[in-house]
Design a protein around this ligand. Structure first.
Ligand code: ATP
Ligand code: LTN
Length: 334
């Protein structure tokens, strides 16, 4: 609780350009969360280092992510939007929590297994302890709710386990967070391989809609989207391609799946794909416009970054000191 309000916490890695999956699975839900929460959103740049980054590009991506949060509708004067690496308590708590996390637990994480398989040449210890840093992010702010896509559910579970384990020994130090997974858009699939999630690191650009793609590109990608045999627009497990498009359309327009099926009853795939493309392009247009304005306004972005870094460091410092004290680390002499 902060000023009597529940705390909401989330973030994304500052790697690459955001996709429609990130937007519908996470960002859009953040913007639409009710006012009853005190919200913090991190640009998770420390997590990005689990993959090798090109420094200049990385710096640009992190800034771009910050601007996208704001362009999507998160007001940085009302929400604490900050850089993870600017608050050293994240790395410090992460170490402390790693002493309360078991190797076996981390070995079970599917994201670790997936990424290790994908990057066999760089299976670094950071990739393995990634969930511990994520637990530190969440627990530092005594977060109540964490809105994420369904792929992050397992990381929320380990966060809860670590927090409960710590609390069982030292008393009520951490709030136990709940995952919040939106109904529509929880898992947007690739446009080319609809059995796999849409991912910013996909090598095939046609599989992914990037938030900064222009209208023509968006429509072209949807036209080329892989669909299933048959011609009916209906949501079915054996029709992953068309089901994904229904999910996207439903998530953008706010209509339920059945309404979408009804709207396109008797119409062909071609017509439906075009409608999905147009709806997505229309949804992203204001965000793209605002993004351009923000990226040009260096002073404003710098000011809000500084203000929010300080705010985040203040809250995080409080929890970190409490944890250090509970553990019996010697207090500094002031
Ligand atoms: P990568 O593909 O490089 O692993 P990512 O696209 O999964 O990265 P993250 O920064 O790991 O991006 O995730 C940011 C947020 O977006 C998380 O809440 C995650 O659950 C959500 N998300 C990512 N991809 C999708 C998707 N295809 N559908 C729904 N939500 C998604
Ligand atoms: N692992 C998350 C990004 C992330 C995060 C967090 C999300 C890092 N720390 C804390 C919520 C809360 C992902 O989306 N891949």
């Amino acid at each position: 609780m902060l000023d009597g309000k529940k705390i909401l916490y989330s973030g994304m890695q500052a790697t690459g350009t955001l996709t429609l999956g990130n937007y519908l699975g996470a960002l859009k839900n953040w913007v639409n969360m009710p006012d009853e929460y005190e919200c913090l959103y991190g640009v998770m740049d420390l997590h990005s280092l689990t993959l090798r980054q090109v420094p200049a590009e990385f710096r640009k991506n992190a800034r771009s992510l910050y601007a996208l949060y704001v362009a999507a509708g998160l007001d940085p004067e009302k929400n604490c939007i900050y850089y993870q690496s600017h608050v050293s308590a994240h790395a410090e708590l992460s170490w402390l929590l790693s002493c309360f996390t078991y190797m076996g637990e981390l070995q079970r994480m599917t994201q670790f297994k997936d990424k290790a398989a994908k990057h066999a040449d760089n299976i670094n210890a950071g990739l393995f302890t990634y969930p511990v840093l994520m637990a530190a992010d969440i627990l530092l702010y005594q977060s109540d709710v964490v809105p994420v896509g369904v792929d992050q559910k397992q990381h929320l579970e380990i966060t809860r386990d670590i927090a409960q384990r710590f609390n069982a020994i030292y008393g009520d130090v951490f709030t136990i967070p709940e995952a919040y997974i939106g109904k529509a858009g929880a898992k947007i699939m690739s446009l080319q391989e609809p059995e796999r999630k849409m991912s910013k690191s996909d090598e095939n650009a046609n599989a992914t809609i990037y938030l900064l793609d222009d209208k023509d590109t968006i429509i072209r990608k949807f036209k080329r989207a892989v669909t299933d045999s048959g011609s009916e627009i209906c949501y079915r497990e054996d029709k992953p391609g068309i089901s994904n498009l229904i999910d996207i359309y439903s998530s953008v327009t706010g209509c339920g799946r059945e309404d979408v099926e009804r709207e396109f009853d008797g119409k062909g795939y071609g017509e439906f794909k075009l409608a999905v493309g147009e709806a997505v392009a229309a949804e992203l247009e204001p965000l793209q416009k605002r993004y351009k304005e923000l990226m040009a306004d260096k002073e404003y972005i710098d000011r809000v970054i500084k203000m929010n870094d300080e705010k985040a460091a203040y809250y995080a410092g409080k929890t970190l000191r409490k944890v250090q004290k509970k553990l019996g680390l010697t207090e500094r002499i002031r």
